[in-house]
Design a protein around this ligand. Structure first.
Ligand code: HDE
Length: 681
């Protein structure tokens, strides 16, 4: 097998190299290795006659094609992935004996797949939805999978309800409408009649559900896991990924338009960032609770509809993941990767979180149908980087050729090998938690408070974020045909905030609740995106430029690049645009192939010879960006365009001709990302 080594290689990459095949400059053969002499015409009885059965090349080619598709994931079907590495900052040996968490500076290869949950494999990526954030660590002790989401809680408390939740949220079965959307009756009927979903719904209606980029989302393990150290002491742990670029979102109108303008917006953003060397980075954090403190909180720490507020249980940052290599083949890697929260290493164990317990069954089960048999661990992307030996044999698509006579334990013929390892030798020993109870189908009383943390979330939002939540509810319920469903949901969320419920009721035409709300005032600042990291880095700036532009604009564009932003030149036509003194700049896009929703900010340069058409298109562009609260800058003739559209002087609108001053102010605005205080015209 051949192929070139890619940059940022690691142990997993070296392993994958053995499976890569490059067809370039090769002669064509059948899958049997037989050289093919003709690939245009099937074998026929006469030039105008029927195709012959004996045409093995045609049969093989067509049969393989006919079988190219596999079932998409039942949830998280649309996803995109990248390779990278995880580097440990500080040893976690006081808490866990997991080898990859011992030595500061040690690096572990990772593969991460981001996804939406609801839509099918071809759906738009800007759906209002939870994002999957699944990481496979290829450790020396086997694969460890941290299969998380970008929202830290879940809709339900017990895995047995997962099929119901997903049936309710997927397109309705009688007409398969709507695609990749929660805005329909069955979903909201589920919510109102399964009120444990309240907290998660608050997150799903917030800006978190429409991220700007996979690179700008947090990740959460959601379920409570256990760390166990060398001495056998156990701790409860929750996992967090924190993006170094901060947590950022788009606005809903923008999201909907993006799904049309570029349904691949998120994957393209990830792919291009990695190709450019702007590697996405996430720090790994852990929240740790001592075993003896299990019952110290006013919520059950095993309840997956609850967070551990960061202000109460701090997030300890322990390492950083850098995604630095795109896949070679999306099907082979991204589609065939199989994650499982049950893939753990010694030092990491499960808890009785009832959602986690059910997940431990579901993931292998679903891989069996999706990947067609029990040998999916042999697929290159799923193989651990350490050796694996056991007595499992055969099955569809088996690749390993197990040699020898023995495939059972105990045996004498192979000296009783492969033999289980003792705990000291790295054998996985389950934590010996004492469990004592009657068999019972019930939910613990400690899981029954569904609203306190929904209130905490609401209390923690900025005014702009609260407005977005009201609007999101109003959109979603507004799309429900059944008034009774709308009413039930509004009544339910009166338990969270009367202000919220009344505003939504008014918008969706149902009776506003008169009582409700909560007297709780506690807030968690870490929940608001207003308090996130704000940087100009990798922000895309649309530069609107026309014939006869001021030569100083070229310098400004150069300065903007130096500050880490990414200017993209847009003009009436692709190709060279002349500046006033005869120099020229190359336009990357026209108003036809670019749109304001594809950018984070706009810089209007204009030009001495702006045509009427340019002015019209640029006005539309800039006004749309303005209505999405984005930073807008203008110099030289561009300022007239802003004046014409009455945008000058508003929040986040920066104008000037002094290059240094302008760049500084504009880049500051770009880092701010959005100006919510802006009055929309
Ligand atoms: Fe999943 N989930 N899930 N889930 N999940 C799947 O496994 C399931 C849950 C998550 O990029 C499936 O391989 C049950 C929580 C991600 O390949 C399936 C329950 C969280 C991905 C499954 C949950 C997740 C999946 C479908 C409730 C955040 C995509 C395809 C008990 C912590 C992984 C597959 C990828 C995928 C079951 C709830 C995250 C059906 C039964 C909570 C990121 O096995």
């Amino acid at each position: 097998m051949s192929g070139t080594f890619k940059r940022n290689s690691n142990k997993k990459d070296e392993q994958l190299q053995k499976f890569r095949s490059n067809d370039r400059d090769k002669k064509m053969t059948t899958n049997q290795g037989l050289p093919v002499s003709e690939d245009e015409f099937s074998l026929k009885a006469g030039e105008r006659g029927p195709t012959l059965m004996e045409d093995f090349h045609f049969r093989e080619k067509m049969t393989h094609f006919d079988h190219e598709r596999i079932p998409e994931r039942v949830v998280h079907a649309r996803g995109y992935a990248a390779h990278g590495e995880f580097e440990l900052y500080e040893s976690m040996k006081d808490y866990t004996k997991a080898k990859f968490l011992q030595k500061p500076g040690s690096k572990t290869p990772v593969f991460v797949r981001f996804s939406t949950v609801v839509g099918s494999r071809g759906s738009g990526e800007l759906a209002r939805d939870v994002r999957g954030f699944a990481t496979k660590f290829y450790t020396e002790e086997g694969n460890y999978d941290l299969v998380g989401n970008n929202i830290p809680v879940f809709f339900i408390q017990d895995a047995i309800k997962f099929p119901d939740l997903i049936h309710a949220v997927k397109p309705e079965p009688h007409n398969e409408i709507p695609q990749a959307a929660t805005a329909h009756d069955t979903f909201w009927d589920f919510v109102a009649n399964n009120q444990e979903s309240a907290h998660m719904i608050m997150w799903a209606m917030s800006d978190r559900a429409i991220p700007r980029s996979f690179r700008m989302m947090e990740g959460f393990g959601v379920n409570t896991f256990r760390f166990i150290n060398e001495e056998g002491k156990a701790f409860f742990v929750k996992f967090h990924w924190k993006p170094l670029l901060g947590v950022h979102s788009v606005v809903w109108d923008e999201a909907q338009k993006l799904n049309g303008k570029n349904p691949d917006f998120h994957r393209q953003d990830l792919y291009e960032s990695i190709e450019k060397g702007d590697y996405p980075e996430f720090e790994l954090g852990v929240q740790i609770i001592n075993e003896e403190d299990e019952f110290m909180f006013d919520f059950d720490i095993l309840d997956p509809t609850k967070i551990w507020p960061e202000e109460d249980v701090p997030v300890k940052i322990i390492g950083k993941m850098t995604l630095n290599r795109n896949v070679d083949n999306v099907f082979a890697e991204t589609e065939q990767v199989a994650f499982h929260p049950g893939n753990v290493v010694p030092g990491i164990d499960f808890t009785n979180d009832p959602l986690l317990q059910g997940r431990l069954f579901s993931y292998t089960d679903t891989q069996l149908i999706r990947l067609g048999g029990p040998n999916f661990h042999e697929l290159p992307i799923n193989r651990p980087v350490c050796p694996f030996h056991n007595n499992q044999r055969d099955g569809y698509g088996r690749q390993t050729i197990n040699v020898g006579q023995v495939s059972y334990h105990n045996n004498s013929l192979a000296k009783n090998t492969p033999s289980p390892a003792s705990e000291e030798d790295g054998g996985y020993v389950h934590y010996q938690e004492k469990v004592d109870g009657r068999k019972i189908r019930a939910r613990s009383d400690s899981f029954k408070d569904h609203f306190s943390q929904a209130v905490l979330f609401w209390n923690s939002m900025s005014n702009a974020e609260k407005e977005h939540i009201k609007n999101a509810f109003s959109f979603e319920l507004g799309m429900c045909k059944e008034k009774t469903v709308r009413q039930q949901v509004v009544d339910m969320f009166a338990n969270v905030s009367l202000e919220l419920a009344q505003a939504v009721a008014k918008n969706v035409g149902v009776v506003p609740p008169e009582t409700g709300g909560s007297s709780m005032t506690k807030a968690s600042p870490a929940l608001s995106q207003e308090n996130t990291v704000k940087k100009p880095d990798t922000r895309k700036i649309a530069v609107l430029i026309s014939e006869g532009f001021d030569q100083r604009a070229g310098e400004i564009i150069g300065e903007l690049k130096k500050k880490g932003t990414q200017p993209v030149i847009i003009s009436e036509e692709q190709g060279l645009v002349d500046e006033e003194n005869g120099m020229a700049i190359e336009a990357d896009h026209t108003f036809l192939t670019a749109d304001s929703v594809l950018f984070d900010a706009v810089y209007v340069v204009g030009g001495a010879k702006m045509s009427e058409k340019f002015q019209q298109d640029a006005s539309y562009f800039v006004k749309e960006a303005y209505s999405h609260y984005k930073p807008i800058g203008a110099t030289h003739q561009g300022k007239h365009l802003l004046d014409m559209n009455k945008l000058t002087g508003n929040a986040g609108v920066v104008t000037g001709d002094d290059a240094g001053n302008f760049v500084e102010k504009f880049v500051e605005a770009v880092a701010e990302h959005r100006f919510w205080e802006r009055k929309i015209l």
